[in-house]
Design a protein. Sequence first.
Length: 143
Amino acid sequence: MKKGFTLIELLAVISIIAIIALITTPLALGIINSSREKAFISAAHGLVVSAGTYQAERQALNEDPTLLINYKTSSDDVKNLLKTDGDLPDAGELKIDDNGKVTLALWSNEAHICVVKSASSKSAVVDEDITNADECVLDSIEE
């Protein structure tokens, strides 16, 4: 008697593995994308906290506390004024006004999302209507 598997048995096993892969791949990709979004929202929150620290330090030194950073066109020195953990945005803008209020519209190429925060809101959220980096600007935020 021969030892081993028949061609039919091998094809059956390969088919089962392919079906499992077809089911699990979209689930895994969804989890990865969700994690990227959450990480970028967390990074945006870190920038808001850092902006508050920046504004307080500038006021304590009797210097202009306002700031506008364009993450697409500003120099690296300007982009790094706000110390934070996490990756910096790939595009978008962050503004600190005279009262220390932070407004932002930040784009992530990795997550393909725009996170926005108006001066009156407490937290940053994903704006589903903004689908590319060129649209992710402060002018797009409704107060």
